[in-house]
Design a protein around this ligand. Structure first.
Ligand SMILES: [Zn+2]
Length: 468
């Protein structure tokens, strides 16, 4: 009778063990190695297939990401992220989390489903117009799918009636999906209706400290783009419907960029054309000529003052015990947009290039072809697969084994080049020679370098690989 008192978890465990035995017998059990033959990443064989009937491919990153099975369109302006693309996004999230932590940012999560009354309080229910995804619940109460969260976060802080000046500045951020009903979603992940965004909101005691906070966040943003190895420009911007008096945008210069930027050829001045006088041709700070360049907006910073804190009465108690309105700032980074923009600016026409630190996988091992003269080197490839993360813990989970050994090395190498993994290791006939060598192709945004190295040299080379 004891059997019947067994918990469902135990029954499940018994069942799983049973299944594992069956699978082992059928040789289906997974050995934990990341094998390309097991990966679901449907690569297109013909360019005409990827966009779907009647749909246009509008830029390089969209075409490459569709062709390589990294993304798949769900409906206009929304994409499924396949495994490798999600890995890159998760790495970007970790990198941004690190930089937010470095400036005292505290990660929170606010519901995407946002009450309409919050947006009505600031008038943005109407002024955001048709870009807001509005909906009603069964009680006919208005809601929207939040494209940004100034109202919600200000209400949270306003609810703390005894907030002391000693607790400020407060820096709350989240990395969540945002929604915007774009008139014309396009360029794949660059302009979608559903996207991943990092939004930070800061609360300070005075305009002076709020400006210091603004400067601190701006420096954190510079570190994010520098760590990604991306060339960016920071320009003065029009605060638009977010509001406030001080605002900057971060752009990656690219032909498909939808913003026109005026950049000084001599100093660091730059401005979005929208934010500057119509006929401005010389730099306002040094009088040098301004040049026009197209940019993809990937980040935005705003000093908001008391625009939102005054509506919701988000106040703190100052050193005299008197309530005083918080000085606010808000700061966005388009996470999925940064990913696509990086692919857009770094890639070759037919080969993806990643910022090394967020590449989906860092090392791609190609064992010899089955039935070839060097087939005996197959075991060496599996050994390498095991040794790399043992010797280099930062590469745990970062090594892929292209076990499609029915294919030639050349064919698999071509796939690896298209997918843009930073280090491709070919285990060929040189691996069997007395002076054992492995061929390593190191792909960076600037160049492709080929090395013939011993196992120790290979491990040394990989120890320089930057991960997050
Ligand atoms: Zn200048």
């Amino acid at each position: 009778m004891k059997m019947f008192t067994c918990s469902s978890a135990k029954l499940l465990a018994l069942f799983s063990t049973e299944m594992a035995h069956t699978c082992a017998f059928r040789r289906y059990v997974h050995d934990g190695r990341l094998r390309v033959s097991n990966m679901f990443q449907p690569m297109a064989t013909r360019q005409s297939n990827v966009a779907g009937k009647g749909k246009e491919l509008t830029c390089k990153s969209q075409r490459l990401m569709l062709q390589t099975g990294l993304i798949r369109q769900a409906h206009p302006g929304a994409y499924h992220l396949m495994g490798p693309a999600l890995r890159a996004v998760e790495k970007l999230v970790r990198l941004v989390d690190q930089e937010m932590a470095a400036i005292g940012g505290q990660k929170v999560e606010m519901p995407t489903l946002t009450p309409g009354e919050l947006w009505k309080a600031t008038d943005r229910w109407d002024t955001m117009g048709t870009e807001l995804f509005k909906l009603q619940d069964r009680h006919k109460a208005d809601y929207c799918l939040g494209p940004t969260h100034e109202e919600a976060v200000t209400e949270i802080v306003a609810a703390q009636s005894n907030l002391s000046y000693k607790q400020l500045p407060i820096k709350l951020y989240q990395i969540t999906r945002k929604f915007r009903d774009e008139r014309r979603p396009r360029f794949g992940l660059l302009r979608g209706r559903e996207f991943l965004m990092k939004d930070l909101y800061t609360f300070d005691t005075s305009e002076e400290t709020a400006r210091e906070t603004y400067e601190g966040v701006s420096q954190a943003y510079s570190r994010v783009f520098n760590r990604l190895g991306l060339n960016y420009v920071r320009v003065e911007a029009d605060p638009g419907d977010i509001g406030g008096s001080l605002s900057h945008e971060y752009h990656l210069p690219a032909e498909v960029g939808e913003d026109q930027l005026l950049v000084c050829s001599q100093c660091s001045f730059g401005a979005n054309k929208e934010a500057i006088a119509e006929n401005q041709t010389s730099c306002p700070s040094c009088s040098s000529p301004l040049t026009v360049t197209q940019g993809i907006e990937v980040g935005h910073t705003f000093y908001l003052g008391t625009k939102y804190s005054s509506v919701f009465n988000a106040a703190f108690l100052n050193n005299k015990g008197q309530p005083q309105l918080c000085e606010m700032g808000c700061y966005g980074l388009g996470m999925t947009r940064i990913l696509a923009a990086a692919v857009e600016v770094l890639s070759l026409a037919d080969q993806i290039r990643w910022p090394e630190v967020i590449a989906p996988y860092h090392v791609y091992i190609i064992p010899p072809k089955k039935g070839s003269k060097e087939e005996a080197a197959s075991q060496l490839a599996e050994d390498l697969y095991d040794i790399i993360p043992q010797q280099l813990p930062h590469l745990r989970g970062e090594v892929l084994l292209d076990d499609r050994s029915h294919m030639t090395i050349g064919k698999r190498l071509k796939d690896a080049n298209v997918l843009g993994y930073p280090y491709v290791v070919v285990v060929g006939k040189q691996a069997l020679e007395a002076d054992q060598k492995f061929e390593v192709i190191h792909q960076t945004e600037e160049q492709t370098q080929t090395h013939h190295v011993s196992r120790e040299e290979l491990l040394h080379l990989l120890s320089n690989c930057t991960t997050v």
